[in-house]
Design a protein. Structure first.
Length: 120
């Protein structure tokens, strides 16, 4: 409807943020650079900010810029308990463990990451 009225070639609004429509303010450029640095240095990064400031879109832009050798774990649920957070990570890494103990899950995550590191 509004595409025709305003002469848009694509729909500007959708359920998932589209990095093509990301406005790269100075703050967004710095955040993206810091995320890219974390990826290059094989660090863990956490991106926080106010609702609607572009975190998800910025993260999708980062993921789009990476090649297939990188594995990204994108966890959107901000209300996870620490145990559920660790459990989610172990599941996404496909660790072959199901334990009610966080220490067991952390050990499995460490083993999996070390195995992946050794295999390149």
């Amino acid at each position: 409807m509004y595409e025709t009225f305003y002469g848009f070639r694509t729909r500007p609004f959708s359920k998932t943020p589209d990095p093509r429509f990301l406005f790269m303010s100075r703050t967004h450029e710095e955040a993206l650079a810091r995320l890219q640095y974390a990826v290059e240095e094989r660090e863990i990064a956490v991106l926080t900010g106010e609702i609607g400031c572009g975190k998800t879109t910025l993260t999708r832009a980062l993921m789009d810029s990476l090649d297939e050798k990188h594995r990204v774990m994108f966890i959107l649920n901000p209300r996870l308990t620490s145990f559920d957070f660790v459990k989610t990570i172990s599941e996404r890494l496909q660790c072959s463990i199901s334990s009610p103990h966080k220490s067991d899950l952390l050990e499995a995550i460490y083993a999996k990451l070390y195995e992946d590191y050794r295999s390149g």
